[in-house]
Design a protein around this ligand. Structure first.
Ligand code: DX5
Ligand code: ZN
Length: 225
């Protein structure tokens, strides 16, 4: 396991109170969240629709917390310019969503952003074997993408461990691993032990009903320190 990588918590804003996003962002800042995870869905790659580039632009105006943009869209290469990624942000594209993965990862990096490949639960790690030099992060979907509130696909803990071993064995110990989906406090500890260092917290964590963001973040940090 690569403990050299700093643990980061990324709040999945699609799970927040959509009628009060500016307050949500202020509370996330007060809770010292590391990243804001923005799920972009096109209704084709996944059977759901969420936000677009204007929402990301509004978030950038509202906060300095870096965005962690998760593109669940077909042919992300056609939309990347609309999002205009910024240095310090992460942009994840699904390996299943493009014929030109290496090109798209290069496009992300040319904006100065961190390039990530996202893998659905059934997708093998071999899908990123030929783009390791182009990667800053691998996003391991712990649930099937498209909706919040789903249950962990149990074997994804093993997949995170396999991914960490794979990256280290290939000479890429600096490539981060993000766990996304049902990252509860308990699951986060298992994901950390397996080798993840970025944790997307949604409806089973920070945005679980009645949870104070500050307390939730502190609880995560105790568990994944
Ligand atoms: C699902 C998204 C996740 C989701 C996380 O397709 O990629 O980021 O919003 O929500 P929870 O934590 O409820 O699984
Ligand atoms: Zn996501």
């Amino acid at each position: 396991m690569n403990s050299a990588l700093k643990s980061k918590i990324s709040a999945s804003i699609m799970c927040g109170d959509m009628m009060h996003f500016s307050e949500v962002v202020k509370d996330l800042e007060a809770a010292s969240i590391d990243l804001i995870h923005v799920d972009i869905m096109d209704g084709s790659f996944v059977p759901n629709l969420t936000f677009g580039p204007d929402f990301c632009a509004a978030l950038r105006k509202a906060t300095d917390i870096p965005l962690d943009i998760h593109l669940m869209v077909e042919r992300p290469e056609n939309f990347l310019e609309l999002f205009h990624p910024r240095p310090g942000e992460y942009v994840s594209v699904h390996v299943e969503s493009t014929k030109h993965l290496q090109r798209v990862l290069g496009m992300v990096r040319r904006y100065g952003a961190k390039a990530a490949a996202a893998l659905n639960p059934a997708t093998s790690l071999s899908a990123v074997e030929n783009v390791l030099p182009d990667l800053d992060m691998v996003l391991i979907m712990a649930v099937n993408p498209g909706f919040a509130g789903q249950r962990l696909v149990p074997q994804m803990i093993g997949k995170i461990a396999e991914c960490r071993s794979f990256l280290d064995a290939k000479g890429y110990p600096g490539v981060e691993i993000e766990a996304d989906g049902n990252v509860s406090f308990e699951n986060a500890e298992k994901m950390k032990a397996a080798g993840a260092n970025i944790f997307v917290s949604g409806s089973s964590g920070i945005f679980a009903g009645g949870t104070c963001f500050r307390d939730a973040v502190a609880k995560y940090r105790r568990g994944i320190a």
